[in-house]
Design a protein around this ligand. Structure first.
Ligand code: ADP
Ligand code: MG
Length: 255
């Protein structure tokens, strides 16, 4: 079998907006099963990088390989989604008028068969998978509630559940803790930790306490001006002078 060292490999990526380099010679590698946190000040290019991975934005140059032999830059957004790359946006994008279960079913079926997923028969295998996901995202007791009635944190977990239902191999999660209570943030961390290993996860986050919670013994990447400024264990990155200067420097100490 061919060796597959990286699930995702970005090399020499560049993207300018009106002459401004949002992504600047970016090299970034993810191994299968990894839970990677990406931090960096506002405007560092974090969201743009996710836009490039998901095919929403085209880079000006560079390479982006998936699972060794797929060139993501040749695929459109839908094809990338079908490769198993799922994205959770910062604000929840659940279907408010549908129940939690229906939202999960809609993701399971994929975007093509909405009618079938809502009104068709649910197979035994699907039921089992649904129960498993509800358990994972701790929404068992909310299964028949309308998604619009859920608390903010619960909506975010449902969205993570939707990525699981779509069988994403790579979960791209942009600022999950934004707007959450401390309790919700902590539980989100627990959820992501429980998924690590089974899925590959890239989390973009600002909340340093949350970053420490999910990054123990793992690699943290610091983006700055569209480039990797530092990468390594969370304690090392947090005590890196350059990181403190550009990212944490606004606070009196490294949070
Ligand atoms: P981050 O998510 O790290 O805060 P972004 O990737 O959103 O950073 O933005 C990086 C830079 O690129 C910012 O200066 C932003 O204004 C700029 N940018 C992002 N998307 C666009 C766009 N579609 N058009 C113009 N400028 C953009
Ligand atoms: Mg952003």
């Amino acid at each position: 079998m061919k060796q597959k060292p990286f699930l995702l490999a970005a090399e020499g990526l560049n993207k300018s907006f009106d002459g401004f380099k949002a992504i600047n010679d970016l090299n970034f590698y993810l191994t299968e099963g990894e839970l990677r946190t990406v931090i960096g000040p506002n405007g560092a290019g974090k969201t743009t990088f996710l836009d490039i991975i998901t095919g929403r934005t085209r880079p000006d140059s560079g390479n982006l390989e998936w699972d060794t032999d797929h060139d993501l830059l040749k695929l459109n957004e839908y094809e990338i989604y079908r490769m198993g790359i799922g994205r959770k946006f910062q604000t929840p994008t659940v279907f408010s008028d549908h129940t939690v279960i229906e939202n999960l079913l809609l993701s399971m079926a994929g975007p093509r068969s909405i009618w079938h997923s809502l009104f068709g028969r649910v197979t035994a295998a699907q039921k089992e998978r649904l129960a498993e996901i509800l358990e994972t995202i701790k929404l068992n007791t909310q299964a028949y509630r309308k998604a619009g009635e859920l608390a903010h944190g619960q909506k975010q977990w449902l969205e993570i559940g939707m990525l699981l239902a779509q069988e994403a191999r790579l979960l791209l999660v942009d600022e999950p803790a934004a707007g959450m209570t401390d309790e919700e943030t902590y539980r989100t961390g627990e959820l992501l930790l429980s998924l690590a290993g089974k899925h590959t996860i890239m989390v973009i986050e600002h909340d340093m306490e949350f970053v420490r919670q999910i990054s123990q013994g793992r690699t943290v990447t610091v983006l700055h001006q569209g480039h990797v400024l530092a990468e390594g264990p969370v304690e090392k990155v947090q005590s890196d002078e350059r990181v403190i200067e550009v990212y944490l420097g606004r606070k009196s100490k490294a949070a």
